[in-house]
Design a protein around this ligand. Structure first.
Ligand SMILES: Cc1cc2nc3c(=O)[nH]c(=O)nc-3n(C[C@H](O)[C@H](O)[C@H](O)COP(=O)(O)OP(=O)(O)OC[C@H]3O[C@@H](n4cnc5c(N)ncnc54)[C@H](O)[C@@H]3O)c2cc1C
Length: 389
């Protein structure tokens, strides 16, 4: 059986590594092929650190060839363009065709630039190249600022506006507030002119974590010097300028768009049933509704939460779905009945700069040093599991 996995992110990589292990354990007659547009696995949940020099580029990615070494997983580098479920094949942007017996879709999500001008004038933070580009942009802006004498130009160059108060926005704002000291020292930009604005349409940050965590995040980010604008919808982005619904404007030399994600359009184009975020609808066996040979996991899948809704797009769910899907595929290859996926809510922790974090662990609220240690522990554990799979 030829199993093709689209995407080597948190979900797809986990499926590939676990499936390779289960193949050894049970002597399964399967081949594993992983398609990704990049030759590396990106640690997307650490991109705010990559963008602010909090970790090196070498620690932000893992070369897939190294992870797959000795595991008999074929890596196919290419951009998936079309999925043809009736023909059981996938077409890549360069015209190559990849055939499958079972297909795992783990293509993650993309930035949803919902307002006019956002795509053209704001920077996204969804990929490793995005993070490197943002870091270079910030260094350029601060270096320029060091040479400016006009107070308005200086103010604009030194202002960073981050749109969206989810993981991306909060983690980036906290990290940037901390990096600003070093950045000003390196570039000669005036530290007292640094302005970081975090802008959120709703009346709270971090919607998945509830009111308590949201209030803590506001308090702790403000303490770092971040200006938080709640209930402030952005309606338009222009060069170095944000327009808000109430008519106000904000001029900023750096605008980061972290407000909203959507699944790749190619999934709906393939004819799969999707939700309003473009995520593929799957059943409790992570199988795409109405498709015998296609599965979807991670950010690009609308996975039932068992309470009538769907799970949020997080790395922790993506990894656990990847793990579970490897077991389902192995059970199928052995001729056994697969076990349904039962989501377990372990909690989430969001960093707020290098010295603080907020979240919940198994439903228990955590903040400050214990939360930070938990977050680092989760990250180190993740690294260990992919390095030693
Ligand atoms: C800054 C930031 C901070 C975050 N912090 C946290 C956090 O603290 N905790 C948490 O749980 N979650 C966090 N998240 C969310 C988390 O990163 C995602 O939920 C997770 O990456 C989803 O995993 P995935 O495998 O579904 O997709 P991804 O990890 O995005 O992997 C998708 C893969 O598919 C590949 N791909 C996409 N399209 C194509 C194509 N057309 N052709 C070929 N390859 C393609 C990509 O290159 C990528 O390798 C954060 C996200 C961001 C941006």
């Amino acid at each position: 059986m030829r199993i093709v996995i689209l995407g080597a992110g948190y979900a797809g990589l986990r499926t590939a590594l676990d499936l390779a292990r289960l193949r050894r354990t049970y002597g399964l007659e399967i081949t594993i092929h992983v398609v990704d547009q990049h030759p590396y696995h990106q640690l997307i949940q650490l991109l705010h650190l990559t963008a602010t020099a909090g970790i090196t580029d070498q620690k932000s990615i893992y070369q897939l060839d190294k992870l797959f070494q000795g595991r008999e997983v074929e890596r196919i580098e290419g951009r998936v363009q079309t999925i043809l479920p009736l023909e059981r094949r996938v077409v890549l942007a360069d015209g190559r065709s990849v055939e499958y017996d079972r297909l795992v879709i783990a293509l993650g999500s993309e930035t949803a630039f919902q307002v006019p001008g956002a795509r053209e004038h704001a920077l996204p933070l969804r990929t490793f190249p995005d993070a490197v580009a943002l870091r270079k942009h910030l260094i350029r802006k601060f270096s320029q600022a060091a040479t400016l004498t006009d107070p308005t130009e200086l103010r604009i160059a030194m202002t960073t506006a981050i749109v969206g108060g989810g993981y991306t926005g909060c983690e980036l704002a906290g990290e940037l507030a901390a990096w600003a000291d070093d950045l000003c020292r390196q570039t000669g930009a005036p530290r007292n002119e640094v302005r970081i604005a975090l802008i959120e349409r709703e009346d709270h940050l971090l919607p998945h974590l509830g009111t308590w965590a949201s209030n803590e995040a506001v308090r702790r980010l403000e303490r770092l010097g971040v200006n938080i604008f709640l209930r402030t919808p952005v309606v338009r982005v222009e060069p170095q300028l944000l327009r808000f619904a109430d008519g106000r404007i904000l001029r900023a030399g750096t605008i980061v768009w972290g407000a909203g994600i959507r699944a790749p359009a190619l999934l709906a184009e393939a004819g799969f049933p999707t939700d309003r975020m473009g995520r593929v609808l799957v059943d409790r066996y992570l199988r795409v509704s109405g498709q015998a040979a296609v599965f979807a996991i991670g950010d690009c899948a609308a996975v039932p939460d068992g309470r009538g809704g769907t799970l949020p797009p997080t790395a922790s769910y993506a990894v656990r779905q990847g793990e579970h899907l490897a077991e389902i595929l192995a059970a199928e290859a052995r001729g056994d009945a697969p076990r349904a996926y039962e989501p377990v809510e372990l909690g989430e922790v969001v960093s707020l700069g290098p010295n603080d974090a907020v979240g919940n662990a198994l439903g228990v609220p955590v903040t400050g040093y214990p939360a930070l240690m938990l977050k680092r522990g989760i990250e180190e554990y993740y690294r260990a599991t992919i390095e030693s799979a």
